[in-house]
Design a binder for this molecule. Structure first.
Ligand code: HEM
Length: 179
């Protein structure tokens, strides 16, 4: 049996499921400059964290086992871009495609890193959680209005959960084999 998933429609369904409404999207957009201002520190923290776990660290080492600073710098840059894209996203078809391609490149490694295997799904999940908490901390620290910080943090939590569903599209099938 062949299954076809309409991913933009599924993304929309998930947005509705988690309560990512227009208000929440507005809060995310409004916080974009603040997130952008701290994006470097945030992504540094993500990668420092990766390096503490051998199954994550191995993706960022040279063939001789040293930290590959050049690759790390490239990855940090793409993560900053991802945060920007997220903040500006109107969850359209292009954005769904962007997330699906990202998920595939983690789950189905290209030839040059085939020997490392897929990035473990638990680390993708953990990264989303890490970023949610880091953004929550940042908003609480930087915003004078605590209630607004909390509501903005909740909005980010929601959009990142929606993203997780698409990032893991190539990893997860239901027990009956459906995607
Ligand atoms: C929320 C989770 C994550 C996001 C949003 C993310 C984002 C990205 C992006 C945008 C790229 C570049 C474009 C692409 O190849 O599709 C990338 C590549 C990559 N990411 Fe991630 N990433 C995440 C988690 C992880 C984790 C947990 C690891 C490993 C511990 C990892 C390892 C890599 C590697 C190895 C590449 C390709 C590097 C290369 O071939 O030079 N990523 N990631």
């Amino acid at each position: 049996m062949r299954y076809v998933v309409n991913w933009p429609a599924r993304m929309e369904e998930m947005a509705s499921f988690v309560g990512l409404d227009e208000d929440a999207k507005g809060l995310i957009r409004a916080s974009a400059p603040m997130i952008d201002e701290h994006a470097k520190a945030l992504t540094d923290a993500v990668y420092d964290h990766f390096m503490g776990y051998p199954q994550a660290r191995k993706f960022f080492l040279t063939e001789t086992g040293e930290v590959d600073e050049e690759r790390l710098a490239r990855r940090k840059h793409t993560l900053i871009r991802w945060l920007r894209e997220t903040a500006a996203s109107d969850l359209d078809e292009r954005f769904a495609g962007y997330l699906l391609a990202m998920g595939v490149s983690h789950g189905y490694p290209p030839a040059h890193r085939e020997h490392l295997g897929p990035v473990p799904s638990r680390h993708i999940i953990g990264t989303i959680s890490f970023v949610q908490s880091a953004i929550g901390d940042l908003l609480l620290r930087e915003m004078d209005d605590t209630e607004l910080a909390l509501r903005t943090s909740m909005a980010w939590n929601r959009i990142l959960m929606v993203e997780l569903v698409l990032l893991l599209a190539g990893y997860i099938t239901e027990p009956d084999g459906t995607p």
